[in-house]
Design a binder for this molecule. Structure first.
Ligand SMILES: Nc1ncnc2c1ncn2[C@@H]1O[C@H](COP(=O)(O)OP(=O)(O)OP(=O)(O)O)[C@@H](O)[C@H]1O
Ligand SMILES: [Mg+2]
Length: 663
């Protein structure tokens, strides 16, 4: 026994030292090894580089640079399918298996130390005071006076307590850090997946909803995983250990106490039945509140101009109180069972007191043994309570897990069914259009598309754009001009028909290659927070300052940037709102010119410009895009007059009209 105690002390010492070493390493760099976008949750790992199985045709002039958000051969199916905690926990914890293993070991050690803690009490009561004969491995203590035995027992108790508290601290730190690392990985994985999913599916979610799912729900899921590990393992170990030890002391008494377990199971069952739907509603209301806030805060000037502040505050207040009310309902659904779970250990204690007295009176149990038994029972409240709390936490986490799984199930924008799987081709310096090489021909054959079922925007529409041609697209507002451009860049895919570049179906061109072939200047310029130069360089991160400056010159950005305090390094604000509408549009044109792709799609690039600026921009644009295939949505006679063709979009059809190029 003595040997076992010494071995135990050595194991404790080694484990705590290892724990402290890992703690120091993690405290220094808590997120070391956590990748920016995966690996881990949902297998959303960094893109693996595979050879392209689909060769671009004349499209071969495309730069087949690998896109970091391109599917990497591993799908988020792990996360989407993880509708149970065990596989999800494995997926989330796998990358930190070493630290998780150490944390679990320290938890078990802590539980073991908690089990050892009451035994010095028995040493004093039964052997020092009660004059029971010492067991042979404690024979050394036999000659000592009771006070000295008590001192030895107290020292042993303190040592156990000290080791337990260090183990407890290490468990708190390691488990907390694991939680943060899981959150970071889960968030990055989710964002990576949202960026890979088909945009129309993603935009069905309100911005606030997305933010709430990627933020609060992801954090809650990883918190739940840590809580399950942190509670289930040590508490189950403590309960199992106590059951074994108390059974060794007196199995009849243990059976009496175990009688309360079915009552616990019943309470947990009743609580979960009420809690799950309440938690789901609470998370949904909270997501809606985030969506209302995001929508409202994004259009503050409109609220002022239309004098809607009071109404908006009322709306927000209603959403906010609904969220709070749902949270209170969920809170109550769990808390209402607390009195029952709190009283049950008392019931066990009361039964043990009566039955224990009978056992001591009959001589089957010593007084010290009964004291240890009662000490175990009163310390039982903590693990039992935290296990009860765990089921509430799991119900809450389940609501968040389902919301995340819904995002993870969004299909990834990929090749059409039947086509080979999407690949990320190797980064290769494949030249962008060689001088003199025309941009590819674009054909649309019988293309149909509807944003809303039953309301087709394009119905069996066809379009033929020769290599290197400039084609102007006209048509009434809402006729589908912007939709046409979205189809060409595969922001949306046709429901019927096909689109080809030099005869190759664009759905069979790897997405990174397609992105390197086509640039879109959208109607809404899509600028981001940062400087003008950063916005221009967005589509070509490796561009030099000189290249950015040249693009800025050609798009007429340099002219207005000169007057700004920091020139091209002036901050443009969120969505570029600190620039005028025309300035934003010119930055978007510069961003596209810098990419210098064989196909350029421009959606009303000159809207909002004064005639002089417009003429200059048109001249520069046409000069910069000579030889490229250009589709230009415009109603400007200056531009249509210089086009090779003008097509008209209306009633779901594209009607071509050949015009002579006058420039
Ligand atoms: N995301 C969307 N969800 C649902 N319907 C949409 C969406 N985007 C566009 N639509 C609808 O599709 C039709 C075509 O829109 P599109 O933006 O292509 O028109 P447009 O010709 O570019 O118009 P404009 O000249 O005003 O820019 C419109 O009726 C519009 O209401
Ligand atoms: Mg449009």
């Amino acid at each position: 026994m003595l040997v076992a105690i010494i071995a135990g002390a050595v194991v404790c010492g080694v484990s705590l030292t290892a724990g402290l070493a890992v703690r120091t390493r993690l405290a220094r760099s808590p997120m070391a090894g956590v990748p920016v976008a995966g690996p881990g949750p949902a297998g959303m790992g960094p893109p693996s580089v595979e050879p392209a199985s689909v060769e671009p045709a004349s499209v071969e002039s495309a730069s087949v640079e690998s896109a970091s958000v391109e599917p990497a051969g591993v799908e988020p199916a792990d996360l989407a399918a993880a509708n149970r905690w065990a596989p999800l926990g494995r997926v989330l914890l796998r990358p930190d298996a070493g630290v998780a293993g150490l944390a679990v070991w320290l938890m078990l050690l802590d539980a073991l130390l908690a089990l050892v803690a009451p035994w010095p009490l028995m040493l004093v009561v039964d052997y020092a005071l009660g004059h029971h004969p010492y067991p042979h491995w404690l024979a050394g203590l036999a000659g000592l006076p009771p006070v000295q035995v008590a001192a030895v027992a107290a020292a042993a108790g303190l040592a156990v307590l000290a080791m337990g508290s260090v183990a407890g601290y290490l468990v708190t730190f390691l488990v907390g850090t694991l939680g943060e690392r899981m959150s970071a990985r889960l968030r990055a994985g989710l964002v990576a997946h949202v960026l890979r999913a088909a945009p129309p599916d993603v935009t069905k979610f309100a911005l606030g909803e997305l933010t709430s799912r990627v933020g609060a729900d992801a954090a809650r899921v990883s918190d739940t995983v840590t809580e399950i590990v942190d509670t289930l393992i040590p508490d189950t170990a403590v309960l199992a250990g106590m059951t074994v030890l108390t059974a060794l002391l007196d199995w009849r008494l243990t059976l009496v106490v175990l009688g309360v377990i079915p009552l616990y199971a019943l309470t947990a069952r009743l609580r979960n039945r009420a809690l799950r739907p309440a938690q789901r509603r609470a998370r949904a209301r909270s997501g809606e509140l985030a969506a209302v806030a995001a929508d409202l805060l994004a259009r503050i000037p409109a609220v002022h101009v239309f004098g809607r502040a009071e109404r908006e505050v009322r709306n927000y207040h209603r959403a906010s109180t609904e969220a709070a009310a749902a949270a209170v309902t969920a809170l109550d659904a769990g808390a209402r069972f607390t009195p029952a779970t709190d009283v049950l250990p008392g019931l066990g204690l009361a039964a043990a007191l009566v039955a224990g007295t009978i056992e001591v009176a009959s001589g089957r149990l010593t007084v010290g043994g009964l004291l240890v038994f009662l000490a175990y029972l009163s310390s039982l409240t903590t693990p039992v309570r935290s296990l009860a709390r765990l089921s509430s936490a799991v119900a809450r986490g389940t609501a968040s897990r389902d919301r995340i799984a819904e995002l993870a199930r969004l299909p990834v924008l990929q090749l059409a069914s039947g086509a080979p799987p999407p690949v990320s081709p190797p980064r290769a310096a494949v030249p962008l259009p060689r001088p003199g090489r025309p941009g590819p021909a674009i054909r649309m054959e019988g293309v149909s598309y509807a944003h809303r079922t039953g309301h087709p925007v394009l119905a069996s529409a066809s379009l033929d754009v020769p290599q290197g041609a400039l084609v102007c697209v006209t048509g009434p507002s809402g006729s589908g001009k912007s939709t046409l451009l979205s189809l060409l860049v595969r922001l949306v895919d046709p429901h019927a028909g096909r689109i080809t570049l030099d005869g190759r179906d664009i759905r069979r061109i790897p997405l990174p290659a397609l992105r390197d072939l086509i640039t879109l200047v959208p109607q809404d310029p899509w600028l981001h927070t940062g400087t003008i130069a950063e916005n221009i360089g967005y589509g070509r991160p490796e561009a030099t300052r000189a290249q950015i400056r040249a693009a800025a010159e050609r798009a007429g950005v340099a002219r207005f940037a000169m007057a700004l305090p920091d020139g091209l390094h002036t901050e443009v604000g969120e969505h570029g709102r600190q620039l005028s509408g025309g300035q934003q549009r010119r930055v978007a044109v510069a961003r596209a010119l810098l990419r210098d792709t064989p196909v350029l799609l421009l959606d009303e690039p000159t809207t909002g410009l004064d005639p002089a600026t417009e003429t200059r921009l048109i001249d520069d644009l046409l000069a910069s895009t000579a030889g490229r295939t250009v589709l230009l949505v415009t109603h400007q006679p200056q531009l249509t007059a210089r086009a090779d063709r003008v097509v008209h979009v209306d009633g779901g059809k594209i009607v071509p009209a050949v015009l002579a190029r006058s420039a």
